[in-house]
Structure formats: C-alpha cells, structure tokens
Design a protein around this ligand. Structure first.
Ligand SMILES: NC(=O)c1ccc[n+]([C@@H]2O[C@H](COP(=O)([O-])OP(=O)(O)OC[C@H]3O[C@@H](n4cnc5c(N)ncnc54)[C@H](OP(=O)(O)O)[C@@H]3O)[C@@H](O)[C@H]2O)c1
Length: 250
C-alpha cells in the first residue's frame, strides 16, 4: 500500500463532502489531520470524531481561506499545536450554479468565487510551502473540477475559477520539484455532496446519470482515493498532473 504514514495533512473544507472523505482516507493511512472549516463547526467536529475513532490525532481550525489574515492565523495555530504541514489538500470551494447564467453573475459573486476557489489556494500554498521547503518534502493536491475541462452550461464564473487552478498548479509543480515537493490536481465530476445538490434539481439527476458512463454519481471516497495516491511517498515522480475522477463523464 502506498505510504503516507507519519505525515501531517491540512485539508481545507475538511468538514463535509469531499473534504471529509479525503480527511478520513488520509487518517486511515496514519496521517495526522488538520480539518479546516468555514462556518459549520458541528460538521467539522463530526469529521474530527471520526478521525479520532480511527486512533489518529486531529484538530479542527475555522478560517475563511479567502481571507489573508485568517489563513495566516490558521497556519500559526497549526505551527503551535501540531508543528507543520507536509500534505496540503486545497479542497475548500464554493459554487451555487443552479440557474447562474452569465448575465446574472454580478461583480460581487464573481469576486467572491474567485477569492475562495483560487485565491484561497494561493494563500494556503504561500504559507505551507516554506514549511515543506524546510523539510525538502511536501505534497500539494488542489481540487479542481471537470467544469475546468468541459465548461458548464451554467456557472461560467465557477468553471473559470476551477480552470485557473490547473496552470497555477503546473507552475508550482515546476518551481518546487527540485525541493522534493509535488503539486497535482484532482478534477472531480459529479460527486454527491451538498454542493452537488445545490447545482441540480432532484428530478434532473436520473437524466444526468445516463451521461456518466460508469452509471452512477461519484462519492467523496472516489475522489479521496486519487488524493491519497498523489499524497503518497510512491507518487514522488508524479507532479504537475491532473487526474479526472468522473466515471468517464469528462
Ligand atoms: N461535489 C461535486 O460534484 C464537485 C465536483 C467538482 C469539484 N468539486 C470541488 O470539490 C471541493 C469540495 O466540494 P464539495 O462538493 O465537498 O462541497 P461541500 O459539500 O459544499 O463542502 C464544501 C466545504 O468547503 C468549506 N468551505 C466553503 N467555503 C469556505 C471558505 N471560504 N473557507 C474555508 N472553507 C470553506 C465548507 O466548510 P463549512 O462546512 O464550514 O461550510 C465545506 O467543508 C470544492 O472545491 C468543489 O468545487 C465538487
């Protein structure tokens, strides 16, 4: 089994959905987990309880990843409580895509989405990289979306933020490869989470599933498995890559 044991991972948006799946998968591999969340303290506590029930150490920290000062405080908190970050999973994301035609996306919506989905990744990387450089080892996994590849029939702002993640990650991969740090992207398709349900009406789901060759919606665990691979010791020669986890949808 690929090795991740003994490391410390920060999963942004680790309280629910895909982030919770990633947190639990890494915890099962023996990784200490920092669960970041934004508003939902109860969900973060639930994830933490599940991590601890595996016999693994974990802490949770509230921070809006789009806010420079909050990200700074989160990393200071991590340094104080757990020491450092070896594995950074930039998973936190927002997106209310139902009926979001480009003509109704206003400047505030555009800015907010970009700040959370893209600037948040930059801010977290900027704090985690010096810790990784110090150890000459690190893994960064950024969560994009198939919307980055296919676009979306609604929510062009969301697709644009998810697209920006790819060249950002490829650049970081080139820059930091000589220092033992890999940077990769996982692009999920339709994964059943709160965010997914905010994008679609229940009656439209069966029709959507007919367009997924594997014949079902994805689960957080499907995405978590790819993140686990990129986080492993054995994936050290893999960097700047995008893994699509979409059941053949894209
Ligand atoms: N589900 C899909 O079909 C799908 C497909 C492609 C890509 N993705 C991407 O996968 C990632 C996870 O999505 P999901 O479906 O698991 O969403 P979700 O169920 O809505 O969970 C979102 C997570 O992000 C956190 N979050 C939101 N805004 C934040 C902020 N400003 N700062 C810190 N944390 C924040 C939430 O924290 P709280 O619990 O505190 O609110 C929560 O933990 C996102 O980047 C999303 O774009 C999802």
């Amino acid at each position: 089994m690929p090795g991740v044991s003994g490391h410390v991972a920060l999963i942004t948006g680790g309280s629910r959905g895909i982030g919770r799946g990633i947190s639990l998968r890494l915890a099962r591999g023996g990784v200490k987990i920092v669960v970041n969340y934004y508003q939902n303290e109860n969900a973060a506590q639930e994830t933490l309880d599940q991590i601890r029930s595996l016999g693994v150490e974990g802490i949770s920290i509230r921070a809006d990843v789009s806010k420079k000062d909050e990200v700074k405080m989160m990393f200071e908190n991590i340094q104080e409580k757990i020491g450092h970050v070896d594995i950074l999973v930039n998973n936190a994301g927002e997106g209310q895509l139902k009926n979001q035609s480009t003509t109704i996306i206003d400047e505030e919506m555009w800015d907010r989405l970009y700040q959370v989905n893209m600037k948040g990744i930059f801010l977290c990387c900027a704090h985690a990289l010096p810790m990784m450089v110090k150890k000459q080892w690190g893994r960064i996994i950024n969560i994009s979306s198939t919307a980055a590849i296919t676009g979306g029939s609604s929510g062009s702002h969301y697709a644009a933020t998810k697209g920006a993640i790819i060249p950002f990650s490829k650049s970081l991969a080139r820059e930091y490869a000589p220092r033992g740090i890999t940077v990769n992207v996982v692009a999920p398709g339709k994964i059943e989470t709160d965010l997914f349900h905010a994008t679609i009406t229940p009656e439209d789901i069966p029709q959507l599933v007919t367009r997924i060759p594997v014949g079902r919606l994805g689960r957080p665990e499907d995405v978590a498995e790819s993140v686990f691979f990129f986080a492993s010791e054995e994936a050290g020669f893999v960097t700047g890559q995008v893994m699509v986890v979409a059941g053949g949808y894209a």
